[in-house]
Design a protein around this ligand. Structure first.
Ligand SMILES: [Zn+2]
Length: 181
């Protein structure tokens, strides 16, 4: 099935329109959990951009949907979700999530989906659409900025502080035999 024929991407775009009607930003997302053995959709979570409604610059639609899913399932990774670990029922031994976003995710949301180990992303509008016609969303500029070395970021002053304590927490983590996530 071509990505544009997938009904879930149309749902994400519908959530974006509904978000505007609710006073939120023009972005929507749907996170769909799929059983790895049967390929069946188990459940889904929706997200809408609520930045201005909540005075929270991180309340992007994708973040909203990811938080809803990981809290509901009681996991931090949304691939290889094991039946014994997930709080909600699933038929097969493992499942994974697919993220549908009405617009290509910004770098923060790309980071969130990487941390959540979401293996598949489908988006509709581009970072260029989000700034066209006076819309002025920062997506394209942020994508360009994060590709630069930190000293060359155009919109923020970044300084490295080489303190002796810099890696103390990592040493403590190693001593505690912590496992990276
Ligand atoms: Zn975002």
């Amino acid at each position: 099935m071509a990505a544009e024929d997938d009904p879930w991407i149309r749902r994400a775009c519908a959530e974006a329109v509904a978000s505007v009607a609710d006073g939120g930003g023009p972005f929507g997302a749907v996170l769909v959990q799929i059983d790895d053995e049967t390929g069946r959709v188990l459940r889904h979570w929706i997200g809408r951009n609520r930045v201005t409604l909540t005075h929270d610059p991180t309340e992007h639609a994708e973040i909203h949907a990811i938080r809803a899913a990981t809290r509901d399932l009681g996991v931090v990774h949304l691939s290889g979700i094991a039946r014994e670990v997930a709080r909600r029922p699933q038929t097969g031994a493992t499942s994974h999530c697919v993220l549908y976003s009405s617009t290509e995710p910004c770098p923060m949301c790309y980071g969130a989906l990487a941390w959540a180990r979401i293996p598949v992303l489908v988006f509709a509008a581009t970072r260029y659409d989000a700034e066209e016609g006076g819309l002025g969303f920062l997506d394209r500029a942020l994508h360009d900025a994060v590709a630069l070395p930190y000293r060359n970021r155009p919109d923020v002053v970044v300084r490295r502080a080489e303190t002796p304590e810099a890696t103390a927490a990592f040493a403590a983590w190693r001593d505690a035999e912590g496992v990276a996530y």
